[in-house]
Structure formats: structure tokens, C-alpha cells
Write a new protein. Structure first.
Length: 161
């Protein structure tokens, strides 16, 4: 399935509501070339009243329902749209990563439909999956680390030319 239309829609609505969030997880890894799949799109955000209100505006604009599926155990908002099964999770923290600011500094900007989305560095995705230690995360670590090594080798080769 081509996620581009979804990413364009998400990027446009982020811009409209002025929401700063960083794509994390398998979707971020896939955008960087990792051969992985995902059923949802995960974002890291800074939890403030303003940002929570922006996420609710974002959800309304996309026709999505907002849930707190693991509250209070996990500080996360899950957005779901029944018409096409789009699911977006907004997380306040991720395992193995200390701060939103640190992830933001290392992230890169990718443009969809003329609007940017911040995407976590693949090394941060690897670090978070390793720290989470869930079987589904550990199962793809080799794939992610191989992809990261390929990216680093490509960058090094580009510097040398």
C-alpha cells in the first residue's frame, strides 16, 4: 500500500494546526529505507495543553476519533478513522530516548504534498526498540541495524567523492 496520500494529508493538517510532532517507530524506519511494515503511524510529541488541543483539532479535521487506550499506564493518544482504518498514535515518551528535544535535533525533515514532517533518525528508532525489548521490536532489530549501516556507508561514500 502506498502511504504517500496519508502522509500528505497528515503533513497538511500538521501545518494547518501548527502541530510539532516527530514520526517514530516502523513508519519512520520505512521512510529511511528499512524493509519493514506497520499498521499505524507513531509520533512523539511534547505534552502541553496547547499540543493536546492541537491533536484534537488535527483529529477532528481528519475525521478521526481520539482514545486513551492504555491510560493511565501509558501517556498516549490514539487516533482512529473507521472509513479507511487509519491509526495514528501520539506518544509523550519512547523507551531508550531521553528527550523530545534530543530526538528533534537528530531528526530530518521529509516533505509530503509541500509540507514537512519531522522523522526520527533511524538510530533513535533502533535505540527505542532495543530498550522496549518487546518480541516484535527485537525481531526487526537486525533489519534496522543493517539498514542503518547501509545509510552510514552511503553517507561516508558521498563525503569521499
Amino acid at each position: 500500500m502506498d502511504a504517500t496520500p496519508y502522509l500528505e494529508e497528515i503533513a497538511r493538517k500538521f501545518a494547518e494546526v501548527r502541530l510539532e510532532a516527530i514520526m517514530i517507530g516502523n513508519a519512520a524506519a520505512a521512510l529511511q529505507g528499512a524493509p519493514v511494515t506497520t499498521a499505524d503511524i507513531d509520533f512523539l510529541f511534547r505534552k502541553t495543553r496547547t499540543n493536546v488541543a492541537k491533536i484534537r483539532q488535527f483529529a477532528k479535521a481528519l475525521g478521526m476519533m481520539v482514545h486513551n487506550p492504555f491510560y493511565p499506564a501509558a501517556d498516549m493518544l490514539r487516533l482512529e478513522r473507521s472509513t479507511d482504518q487509519l491509526q495514528i498514535d501520539f506518544c509523550v515518551s519512547i523507551a531508550g530516548v531521553r528527550s523530545f528535544e534530543g530526538v528533534r535535533k537528530r531528526s530530518s525533515e521529509m516533505v509530503f504534498g509541500g509540507h514537512p514532517i519531522l522523522v526520527a533518525d533511524l538510530n533513535d528508532v533502533i535505540r527505542s526498540k532495543r530498550a522496549a525489548g518487546r518480541p516484535k521490536d527485537l525481531a526487526i532489530l537486525d533489519t534496522l541495524t543493517d539498514t542503518y549501516a547501509e545509510i552510514q556507508a552511503r553517507r561516508q561514500a558521498e563525503k569521499e567523492t
